[in-house]
Design a protein. Structure first.
Length: 254
């Protein structure tokens, strides 16, 4: 777990207690992030932490994609470095075998379990928590700022979304089309996703699984808003995506 400042300490209990994981862990603390603009009263200061989820095995890529080199850095380093630039602290969630090498916490059997492991390591005084997939190495600082500012503005959760180009059809178990939603009502959702801290913790305390954290908050009655996503914030899921990311890194000098 890393922060943007130079103060670090071991914390006993408190952190992770809602998941039954109260224990001694290492955290580091940085500045307090004040949003949305300079000159706001100190009482409105927000403490932002980001969980970077990198616990997958990369089965579709055929390797641990988070450690693949893309340009001058690994996939996980691109994602974590951007998160550190906009957060007061970052928790990396990695495979158990890599915890010592990467300095993170061990992930679980599912994505939601991995996020819960990261949540257990986020200090209790965090007011906004972002969750970001390491497999999206090119999310910009501006995108992080957009979802964070939406939480400051009153949303429970904020997700980046991009327009859907294809017609989408919902089908049943037999492959029969049961609905064709209007494309204008659909977006493809990305990360980073930002959350009011207590809302995210409450949603995960129910122990449910979902493909993204906003779905858990939505199911629990939270207000989720969409901000403009980025076409270059592409998720690496297969070899073609990895080749694209490497070409993009070379082109942009990343």
């Amino acid at each position: 777990m890393t922060g943007g400042g130079d103060r670090a300490q071991y914390v006993e209990g408190g952190v992770g207690e809602e998941f039954g994981l109260g224990k001694k862990i290492f955290v580091s603390h940085a500045r307090r992030t004040v949003l949305p603009s300079p000159g706001v009263p100190l009482a409105t200061a927000e403490i932002v932490w980001t969980i970077v989820v990198a616990g997958g095995s990369g089965s579709r890529v055929g390797c641990a994609k988070q450690y693949e080199l893309v340009g001058s850095r690994r996939v996980i380093d691109h994602a974590a470095d951007t998160a550190r630039a906009v957060s007061d602290g970052v928790v990396l969630v990695v495979p158990r075998a890599d915890v010592a090498a990467e300095g993170g916490v061990a992930g679980g059997a599912t994505r939601s379990e991995s996020v819960r492991a990261g949540l257990a390591a986020v200090p209790a005084d965090a007011t906004i928590i972002c969750v970001h997939d390491a497999a999206r190495p090119f999310a910009s600082r501006d995108l992080f700022s957009s979802v964070i500012e939406a939480i400051v503005g009153g949303a429970d959760a904020a997700v980046p979304g991009v327009a859907v180009a294809d017609t989408i059809k919902r089908v049943d178990a037999d492959g029969r089309v049961v609905e064709t939603p209007q494309r204008a009502t659909l977006v493809a959702v990305q990360t980073p996703q930002a959350f009011r801290a207590e809302v995210l913790r409450e949603a995960h305390a129910l122990g449910k699984d979902a493909t993204d954290d906003a779905a858990l908050v939505e199911e629990n009655g939270g207000r989720v808003v969409v901000v403009a996503g980025e076409p270059t914030n592409r998720k690496i899921t297969d070899r073609e995506d990895l080749a694209w990311a490497r070409d993009t890194a070379v082109r942009d000098g990343r």
